[in-house]
Design a protein around this ligand. Structure first.
Ligand code: DGT
Ligand code: CA
Ligand code: CA
Length: 572
């Protein structure tokens, strides 16, 4: 898929335009289109051929034409034109936080800054701070952000799970279509649902290794073949640039290979010593007594042979799961299809792309039984937050839709800003008219975040605390926050913590989720959907919950409507 490539080019055009002080709206248009295309689940080339590019939100006629040109010729003349006089190293500096195009333009013009090295130099020799409007404090802040940026770039080794999921699905589908192939499954950290991946490991069952390898290396998603042998081929994937290792095994080793390549390594080492104690040898080919293979076809038979309860992949980290499986005491984990509804969603009333009805239809498609609407609150002007009047209008629309769709329920919620003093963004009579309130910090990230959250959690109207740490994986560290205190307060007041399932948030992460769970806190897994596609991130949140050992009873949006209402009425 060329989606990422095109998103990248459009984003670079936006940066180049910003550096040349071009029209603000034009810049925003390119940024919007880039974001939409980056998140697009379908192949953009397919949309171009079979549908219309302008159906993609944010893509107008002009940009559509440019994308078409790129798909047809491999070039985009607009890109060439706007980046002609701007070195690429300068454009990438716009990825450093708080370094805007205006400042960078000035640094370029006055100090000749062209690259990261130049930038560091002018900060260190003090000339940066002398520029009007910048000063020591800004210099310090930018230097800190540069370090963060470098760390991020250094971590290029790891990729976000959500970022590669669609590509993996595409490739798995194609592999399944090869004649001799009977089974295909991604293993490794991908199967364990880790939030970041070093590489992708795919296991294929087939009798015709040569054919599979030949077909695989010719897929259009494959950018470069690193090595290709009889049983293993490694390639680099187009777009993301992540490595994919493909292994082909026969039926009798499939289960053993699946277990081995699912890992984790620590888990495997522990399993192997367990087998040894039983006089067995286990490897990726099977389980052996002496030279005799006694199991290997399925993971289930291997677990049985080792007297282990089946261990779900998300638990295989050697964090005590093997000991519990030996005693048959593994926790019953929340399942991907236990989810009954999405409670953190945005509509056109604030900054979402869809109507309430659209979200209902999408929910029905996912076989959910309820939906919670939670647009932004009035102070959130950056996100078109709702005035009291607009909220009332929305409430009336929800009443009408609830009459229209029986057997399905739309709940009235809000994503309510937690203000600087820790109060919520509407009066009590407004808050009490809602089914539930999601509190979130959206501004003043550096000011008393812990105290404000504690105060919000003490508010009887607050039901759920949204994205509690504010982190963006490998982009933003999150608020300066004493998460333990927030957890304690949530427990004391019986409030729900959100697991925000959006792929670069995943907030809470698995570790904080586990900690909070141990304290007896309950969770809501939300996608924070601003469009229909974002509903599909739910599985990532469930993955976090499973990796944190959560059962369904700890996840309130697995409850049937009545139980959910009982709970939220009691709590907020
Ligand atoms: P990643 O790719 O860094 O996100 O993490 P994994 O877990 O996918 O690791 P990877 O791709 O290096 O290897 C895939 C699986 O193969 C790993 O989870 C366990 C297994 N494996 C790899 N190396 C070893 C090893 O030296 N010993 C054992 N027992 N298993 C290994
Ligand atoms: Ca891997
Ligand atoms: Ca690997």
């Amino acid at each position: 898929m060329k989606n990422r490539e095109i998103a990248e080019i459009l984003s670079e055009i936006a940066k180049a335009l910003a550096l040349s002080n071009d029209n603000f709206f034009k810049i925003r248009a390119y940024e919007r289109a880039a974001r939409a295309i980056k998140d697009l689940p379908e192949d953009i080339e397919k949309i171009c051929k079979e549908g219309s590019l302008t159906d993609i939100p944010g893509v107008g006629e002009g940009i559509a034409k440019k994308i078409k040109e790129y798909l047809e010729t491999g070039k985009m003349s607009k890109y060439e034109e706007v980046t002609k006089d701007i070195p690429h190293s300068l454009l990438t500096l716009l990825d450093i936080r708080d370094l805007g195009s205006k400042t960078l333009g000035v640094l370029h013009k006055e100090l000749g800054v062209l690259s990261l090295e130049d930038l560091k130099k002018v900060i260190e020799d003090g000339t940066f701070a002398k520029i009007e409007g910048l000063g020591e404090k800004t210099a310090e802040k930018i230097l800190y952000n540069i370090r963060e940026y470098e760390k991020r770039m250094g971590k290029q080794g790891r990729f976000l799970l959500g970022e590669v999921m669609l590509t993996v699905n595409e490739i798995v589908k194609k592999l399944k279509n090869i004649d001799s192939v009977t089974r295909v499954i991604p293993c490794g950290s991908y199967r364990r649902m880790k939030e970041t991946l070093g590489d992708i490991d795919i296991l294929v069952e087939s009798k015709d290794n040569k054919k599979v390898m030949k077909k695989f290396t010719s897929f259009q998603e494959v950018k470069k073949v690193l090595e290709s042998g009889e049983t293993k081929t490694s390639v680099i994937i187009e777009g993301q640039g992540i490595q994919m290792d493909l292994r082909v095994v026969p039926e009798e080793s499939y289960g053993a290979a699946l277990m081995y390549f699912t890992g984790s390594k620590d888990h495997n080492v522990h399993i192997r010593s367990l087998a040894q104690r039983r006089g067995l040898k286990i490897n990726e080919y099977g389980v052996f007594r002496g030279s005799m293979r006694i199991a290997g076809k399925t993971e289930e038979e291997i677990h049985k042979l080792l007297h282990l309860q089946f261990i779900p992949p998300e638990l295989r980290e050697d964090r005590g799961e093997i000991e519990l499986a030996m005693k048959g005491n593994l926790p019953q984990l929340v399942n991907y299809n236990d989810i009954e509804g999405n409670l953190h969603t945005h509509t056109k009333y604030s900054d979402g792309e869809n109507t309430i009805r659209d979200l209902v239809l999408k929910s029905l498609e996912l076989e959910y039984s309820y939906l919670g609407i939670s647009d932004h609150s009035k102070t959130a002007s950056y996100a078109n937050g709702l005035s009291v009047t607009e909220l009332k209008k929305q409430s009336e629309e929800i009443d009408r839709l609830n009459e229209e769709f029986n057997e399905f329920t739309i709940l009235k919620g809000i994503e309510c800003d937690i203000l600087l003093d820790g109060s919520l963004d509407y009066d009590e009579d407004v808050l009490s008219s809602l089914d539930y309130v999601i509190g979130a910090i959206h501004s003043h990230f550096k000011k008393n975040v812990t105290l404000r959250m504690e105060k919000a959690l003490e508010n009887p109207y607050l039901t759920i605390l949204a994205h509690p740490t504010g982190r963006l994986i490998s982009k933003r560290k999150g608020y300066e926050l004493d998460i333990e205190r927030v957890m304690d307060k949530a427990k004391e007041r019986e409030k729900i913590l959100e697991i925000n399932a959006y792929y670069d948030r995943l907030d809470l992460d698995e570790h904080n989720t586990r900690e909070a769970y141990k304290r007896g806190i309950k969770f809501c897994i939300n996608t924070d959907a601003h469009n229909l596609r974002m509903f599909d991130w739910m599985d990532l949140g469930v993955g976090i919950a499973r990796r944190a050992w959560l059962g369904a009873s700890a996840v309130i949006n697995t409850y049937k409507l009545k139980d959910l209402l009982d709970l939220i009425k009691r709590n907020g």
